[in-house]
Design a protein around this ligand. Structure first.
Ligand code: NAD
Length: 331
């Protein structure tokens, strides 16, 4: 039986590597091969892929999704794309948006063009709840127009629109997912959970933005990759699927939980000047993914957070590793 050849972009980052480890793990399908295409920016970690290094259905290509020739060659050898690669940190997009527009917008369009040229049968584009902008109450359905505020969110919204345009104009089978904030092991320590955990474990103070009352919905990375796989295998072309986690917390409440889980004192928290244009609250309505695909977040937040803290405590050598690649050169 021939195997489905999946090109996973950004597979050395937090969520992409979790997807690859899951797909090639004991519970994953055995009828797929996976090629990771990753540029190994600061956010990537070769250790994220150690677990699959020896799998004969896995290959690593170090390269940029904006490299048209490389992407073209790779796409000719693949059936499907699951696209995670992106610049993903809002604060960095406030300091400079150039790389966000390049990787997130131009990179996505480069992949879409190649997918179209080579007749890829599926393109799963992984996006974010941030494209909807801030919502004071209720939850955004997939019909809600995008209204992004940060350069990061605007670059993701742009890539979503371009991806959907390739479906509407050219008939390419594009499926878009929009998920809430992910947490779990193997995340580069710059976003709130891994940053605070690694600092608190080291006995350092943590910086809480503004009044700490911004609200986020937390989604365990296990649940997210399960949803992405459901969208890849059971979703419909041209559709958007919201993926929520079901645990809404203010950053202040989250910080209290992290302080406690790390055994730190309340004086570890320093309130700092708010992020520019800091969205107050995100919330997605994920009933469509539930009804159509059977998606439901399974991970209990208390357990997931405790396991995440334990992972950072036990693996300083892993998350502390630089992005020196162990993979093959660009093909
Ligand atoms: P990450 O920053 O951990 O990883 C991104 C990966 O993409 C890295 O391995 C990086 O090297 C790679 N990459 C970046 N630019 C590239 C380029 N030009 N060419 C090739 N590779 C490139 O990100 P993540 O948290 O794993 O997020 C994955 C996807 O999920 C992103 O598209 C992000 O927008 C989306 N998302 C993330 C979250 C979250 O909470 N982390 C929430 C919603 C959506």
């Amino acid at each position: 039986m021939s195997k489905t050849r999946i090109l996973v972009t950004g597979g050395a980052g937090f969520i992409g590597s979790h997807y690859v480890r899951t797909l090639l793990g004991p519970l994953g399908p055995d009828d797929v091969t996976v090629t990771v295409l990753d540029a190994f920016t600061y956010a990537a970690n070769p250790a994220n892929l150690d677990a699959v290094q020896d799998c004969d259905r896995y290959r690593l290509v170090v390269g940029d999704i904006c490299d048209r020739d490389l992407v073209d060659r790779l796409m000719a050898e693949h059936d499907q794309v699951v696209h995670f690669a992106a610049e993903s940190h809002v604060d960095r997009s406030l300091a400079s948006a150039t790389e966000f527009v390049r990787s997130n917008v131009l990179g996505t369009q480069t992949l879409l063009d190649a997918a179209l040229r080579h007749g890829a049968d599926r393109f799963v584009h992984v996006s974010t709840d941030e494209v909807y902008g801030s919502i004071p109450e209720g939850s955004c359905s997939e019909e809600q127009p995008v209204n992004p505020n940060s350069p990061y969110a605007a670059s993701k919204a742009s890539s979503d629109l371009i991806a959907l345009a390739y479906h509407r104009s050219h008939g390419l089978d594009v499926r878009v997912t929009r998920c809430s904030n992910n947490y779990g092991p193997h995340q580069f320590p710059e976003k709130i959970i891994p940053l605070f955990v690694t600092r608190l474990l080291a006995g350092e103070k943590v910086p809480l933005y503004g009044d700490g009352l911004n609200v986020r919905d937390w989604l365990h990375v296990d649940d997210h990759v399960t949803a992405v796989e459901l969208v890849r295998t059971r979703g419909r072309a041209g559709e958007i699927y919201n993926i929520g986690g079901g645990t809404e917390l203010t950053n202040r409440d989250l910080t209290e939980l992290l302080v406690e889980a790390c055994g730190a004192g309340r004086d570890s928290v320093e309130y700092v000047t708010d992020r520019k244009g800091h969205d107050r609250r995100y919330s997605v309505d994920w009933r469509k993914a539930h009804v159509e695909l059977g998606y439901k977040p399974r991970k209990n937040f208390t357990d997931g957070l405790a396991e995440t803290v334990a992972w950072y405590r036990d693996n300083p050598d892993v998350w502390g590793r630089t992005n020196q690649t162990k993979g093959s050169a660009p093909c």
